[in-house]
Design a protein around this ligand. Structure first.
Ligand code: G16
Length: 558
């Protein structure tokens, strides 16, 4: 790097010293910690996003959010030029950069990395980083730190998009790099027009089917509620009542994470909402779950990411079947689209069984959309969802090309038949769904369109299969990195002995399944248990949580 660049960096880095004794790691979804510890990290991630922009000659993104975490936490992650998560081979550099003790060490690291990755630091390429934040108050000063980091790299500019959902920012990065218009308005426009297109092609018989038209949405007191208020004004076929739009404490007793883990009614909902279709977003609106409220109880019936995945898979399979159906006595074999679904160990066993019964290819990855997304991109249509409501659908370029061609051909030769409609529906899904990353707003519109298409109530949807009872717990431990896992997180390899103890416990329960893993976003070990009854799942989770405490807790005895 030249002297001018060096002096800019030394000057700006000296204003953002890392807090002493704090070591952070780029986890499941970037860096997360108490917001007061993050200023220097966000500054340095600004530098990283700028370098990535220079290297790829593309726009990158920087999002300031701690998603489902408590309000006092915050976080930062980078969106790659594709709109997906930061390339995993950059993560060790992100760790080294954020933990560098002083400006000189920081510069040395940058020099070494720039040489290795052939990144020019001479200001020759004008890079750009789109920057956004969620509604956390700490986002304001952290965004300033990010701007300082980005603009301390010569030739790179920071474009502040203000308060956005995480998926909006990822969508904008993807759109910009695809040469498309990428304003917030363009985002709403694309979602609402593709939703309208799906509504237009609802089968005749289901058109007048009244699928209880009101949907009530819990915005988690985060950014999703206010954005949904804007989007809903552009939709005519759907009545949405948005609650928890930001007047209460973010993620406290509200939101997708709370609803999915606790399975109780979120704040702002009550007995008058019994019988309605309800949905919850999380703090930065990248997760979506549905629920209904049980009468005379604070319990809910949860319709989680696994069921959203099943609904999407069923619909897409139906459209593909229509397209390849016999026509004039011939089977249309012009394109055999590979459809695959991706889940994690958190997927309820009943959902996996159901998807396999549909004849679908089901594969597993560790937790974290970066893993699921990568796997899903190997298919012509890859659908991925985590049980927590994080997921989307990816379409390959070659399949979309074939679909466009098929649509043109069919619209002239088979007017009025179901085949051109199936092609149009799939094209509309590819535009409605956010292919950059899981997006609760686009996911919600797709769920609503498919329910209308099927003529289904939420009750019918929920009956696709019956979840095995499950329980999730978290255990505070001295050092969560002491746990390492294998086989998509289903087996613990370290500490030695704990997996045998978990196996022995699990064997006591009919249909028992249990695993533990270190959280990538909080300082805890997570425990997941499944069994034939709720009591058994609770009991298995509790015994394994005690095992975790025995091996790794503050008074560990193993
Ligand atoms: C993030 C990731 C998700 C992942 C979740 C797991 O979610 O983006 O893919 O499922 O973390 O969290 P943990 O590792 O703590 O169990 P989010 O919504 O917080 O960004």
């Amino acid at each position: 790097m030249n002297e001018h660049q060096r002096s800019i960096l030394l000057h700006s880095a000296s204003r953002f010293s890392p807090p002493p004794g704090v070591k952070l790691s780029y986890g499941t979804a970037g860096f997360r910690a108490d917001a007061s510890l993050l200023e220097s990290t966000v500054f340095r991630v600004g530098i990283l996003a700028a370098l990535r922009s220079i290297q790829t000659r593309s726009v990158t993104g920087l999002m300031i959010t701690a998603s489902h975490n408590q309000e006092s936490d915050n976080g930062v992650k980078v969106a790659d030029p594709s709109g997906g998560m930061l390339s995993q081979h950059w993560e060790p550099f992100a760790d080294a950069l954020t933990n560098a003790a002083d400006p000189n060490t920081l510069l040395q690291l940058m020099d070494d990395f720039a040489t290795k990755e052939k990144i020019s630091l001479e200001g020759a390429y004008g890079g750009e980083v789109l920057l956004a934040r969620d509604t956390r108050p700490s986002g304001v000063f952290l965004a300033e730190a990010a701007k300082q980091g980005i603009t301390s790299i010569m030739g790179v500019s920071a474009t502040d998009m203000g308060v956005m959902t995480t998926p909006q920012l990822h969508w904008m990065v993807r759109s910009r790099n695809n040469g498309m218009e990428a304003s917030e308005h363009n985002y709403y426009d694309q979602l609402s027009s593709s939703f309208r297109c799906l509504m237009e092609y609802i089968p005749q018989g289901n058109r007048n089917n009244i699928v209880n038209d009101k949907l009530i949405v819990d915005g988690s007191d985060g950014v999703g509620g206010e954005k949904l208020e804007i989007l809903k004004k552009m939709l005519s076929d759907l009545s949405i009542d948005v609650r928890n739009r930001g007047d209460g404490v973010l993620n406290e007793g509200v939101g997708a994470d709370f609803v999915q883990k606790e399975k109780v009614v979120p704040r702002g909902f009550g007995p008058v909402d019994v019988g309605f279709r309800c949905a919850s977003l999380d703090g930065d609106a990248d997760r979506l779950v549905y629920f209904s409220i049980q009468s005379n109880s604070n319990k809910i019936v949860l319709v989680d990411g696994d069921k959203i995945l099943s609904l999407f898979a069923l619909f897409i399979k139906e459209q593909l079947n229509i397209l390849t159906e016999e026509e004039n006595g011939k089977v249309n074999k012009s394109y055999q689209a590979r459809l695959g679904v991706v889940q994690t160990a958190y997927a309820n066993g009943a959902s996996t069984h159901y998807l396999k019964q549909l004849g679908l290819e089901v594969v597993f990855t560790p937790t974290g959309v970066k893993y699921l997304h990568e796997k899903a991109s190997e298919y012509d249509i890859g659908i991925y969802f985590e049980a927590n409501g994080h997921g989307t659908i990816l379409f390959s370029e070659s399949f979309l090309c074939w679909l466009e061609g098929k649509n043109n051909e069919l619209s002239s030769t088979s007017k009025g038949s179901e085949q051109p409609k199936a092609a149009l529906r799939l094209l509309a899904v590819s535009k409605l769904i956010n292919q950059a990353v899981g997006d609760s707003l686009s996911g919600l519109l797709l769920v609503e369109a498919i329910l209308k298409h099927m003529g289904w109530s939420m009750l019918i949807w929920n009956e696709l299969y019956h979840d095995l009872p499950s329980k999730q717990l978290k255990v505070k431990v001295v050092d969560r990195t002491a746990v390492s896992t294998a086989n998509a997180e289903t087996v613990v390899v370290r500490p030695v002995g704990i997996q045998d103890a978990i196996n022995a416990e699990t064997a006591k329960y009919p249909q028992g399944r249990c695993f533990i893993r270190p959280s990538g976003t909080e300082d805890v070990i997570r425990v997941y248990a499944e069994a034939s009854s709720q009591e058994a799942a609770d009991s298995l989770a509790n015994s394994v949580a005690r095992l975790v405490d025995r091996f790794l807790g503050f008074n560990a005895t193993e």
